[in-house]
Design a protein around this ligand. Sequence first.
Ligand code: PMP
Length: 360
Amino acid sequence: MSRVFNFSAGPATLPEEVLRQAAEEMVDWHGSGQSVMEMSHRGKEFMGIAAAAEADLRELMGIPANYKVLFLQGGASLQFEMIPINLLRGKGTADYVHTGEWAKKAIKAARIFGNVNVVASAEDKAFTYAPAQAGWKLDKNAAYVHYTANETIGGVEFQWTPETGDVPLVCDMSSNILSRAIDVSKYGLIYAGAQKNIGPAGLTIVIVRDDLVGKAQPTPPPMLDYKTHVDAESMYNTPPTYSIYIAGLVFQWLKKNGGVAAMERKNVEKSKLLYDYLGTTDFYRNPVNPADRSRMNVPFTLKDAALDEAFLKGAKERGMTQLKGHRSVGGMRASIYNAMPVAGVKALVDYMREFEKSHG
Ligand code: PMP
């Protein structure tokens, strides 16, 4: 059996080791006579799996004790709504940084619940850069400041953490969580769908500072209130048990492989391989400001879009899949999350070079 190099933006490639372990444990988890999927979420086996996953995530990200970790459902998209519902706290206005497709969706959702102040926007240059903080028009009375750490479609990533003083910083880390070291204490809330850097779809991680919980005005319906999930330790209703289990295996894999620091080094190496090559040719083009280029999602176009189909076909023949760019931008996109090996990126660059030679 041979696996492809899967460059999908999400759901995305997972570590082969994790998949093999899950396969081995599928029918009979640790002698329990059942698969994880069949366990009661309130039984001691699954409670142990969930507790270990949370402890490992806390260790990997250095999450301080005054932060709650929630394992929720509904994707990052539900968080676009839960964040204003819970964090506006009667203040009526929140600051958002507009960096592209995902920021736009977060802004649109927040506008249902309050006033959104777009403090900076990269729209003037087709969302190809991360606006420097010096130009942000922050409101001291805002309930929070929201930004998108990595624009999965545009391939724009913040290489720095904004400073917002006493105003809580809220971040969509869906596509770069655990890919680089961050200081969690600088944030009020971090959220991420699991299906890129963590595990299967269906699980959403929320890391929230405890003083921000339980202050929603008006009090939301229970499922939409962080307090419900904090009080019930993410077991208010049936959690996505199998996704939590796989996420837990990924966390163990991360720990075994040097943790976030080692992943960051590998991600720098992988993205550099691609960007360095892109810098040597005008056959392919990445439009993003070099200082703001994503280490996770590398969009690029071919000189002639008529070659796209041939490029994708050749890639597939060489065992490289899911390189087609997002429908809104066209071209190609290579998503190279933690689980993408260096060998996958080398194979891609070799192929790009070869393709350029034969079609340039
Ligand atoms: N934010 C970002 C940065 C994303 O990449 C995505 C999904 N691609 C989302 C939010 C939406 O996530 P979900 O599909 O989990 O709701």
